[in-house]
Design a protein around this ligand. Sequence first.
Ligand code: GLU
Length: 474
Amino acid sequence: MINHEEEGKKFLDTVMYYYEKAAKHTGLPEGMLEQIKICNSVYKVSFPVEIDGEVKTFEGIRVQHSHHKMPTKGGIRYSVYVSEDEVKALATLMTFKCAVVNVPFGGAKGGMKISPRNSSPKLLEKVTRRFATELIKKNLIGPSLDVPAPDYGTGAKEMAWIADTYMTFNYGNTDAQGCVTGKPVGLGGIRGRTEATGLGTYFGIRECVSFKEDMTKIGLEAGVAGKKVIIQGFGNVGYHSAKFLEEDGAIIIGVAEYEGGTYNENGLNVEELLKYRTENRTVLDFPGGQNVEDSISMLEMPCDILVPAALENQIQEHNADKIQAKIIAEAANGPITQKAEEILLKKNKLIIPDLYLNAGGVTVSYFEWLKNLSNVRFGRMGKRAEEKSYNRIVDFVERITEKKLDTRERTIITQGADEEDIVRSGLEDTMILAYREIREAMMQNPDITDLRTAAFYVAIRKIALSYEMMGIFP
Ligand code: GLU
């Protein structure tokens, strides 16, 4: 029987251990490091909601880890197993995640003890709206205060209820839509947010495997194409990571879900698997793969890249030694415990850490927030002007070469960037630059030998700079 309070504590201990491990390389004063580490505020709330004539009490929590930049930012998780320590760990990760990808927010996270699977949409709506109201009452939500987003067990629907509740209480405020991100596009959401974490995961893996010398050290060739990948968790993040990796030539040999896994040495068809799972609510008996009943054992199967995209604490002391993948790409938050990491690093495994790899979600959330504050869709002002100048270039080239493009070719060449193009390009650039910064920190500090420590190190220094500039620390 899993004790979820204990698991939450283990997760928080792990995050603190990773922090300390990197902090000691920074040479920053103790007081500053303590301030950067601790959670700035924790708010717990209980409230009653009526369901089918009965009243039930629900518990919610919002943790704001760091106010060094405002607003604070982070998702809201729905699960009956949510614990305070788990949310604290996740909020802490958010602070460092934002700093790594240069998103100017402090970290936060929320949780509601509720099962999204076993609750009716009506109940989910009531609980979500009431939780939003509780946060409004305490000034714990708002475009310049704290901006929630989707996380495990929540999605665009919950974000829409939160936005609508906030806008009702803030009638006339034109920034109000920026109180939450991950909304449906029709309600101020942004194109490209749904796939953002998975796409960011893909960009991060692609960047990491592009360095030939780093790949040689772990016995792999450079490049995504041909790499054998196992994905744990086929939700939004797992599915999109698999899809973009597959599109770039990776072979998705296994997908594990809580009900079991499916495996095919020659590659599973990701799109067909999604269709199958949506229809059958299971990956078992998928015609394109073989069943693996014990899904946790899939983590231990041979592959080049293992992508845990489900929950925390999946690789622990007892199974770390059995992991055969050469790269572990953390699409989920906290999938590797501290003790497991020690074992994996000793075995020369390359871990692409969560605080970098899954930061695509919050990066595109930042773009959505910018869109909401400016009240204009990206690309709206410039798209046609861009097309006009491309057309002028094509006209000129046609004139001097005396060759004519057909309409299709001309349209492809002269297309201006729309919102989705701009979002994807911003995300790609962010992930590439952040990886290079982390890698560079490792090269500059020979004592730092793993990417996670380097990512924390980079983030801690950026946060310290904010505090220094505020004049809080001498
Ligand atoms: N819940 C996501 C995360 O863990 C997204 C947070 C956000 O977009 O604010 O990074």
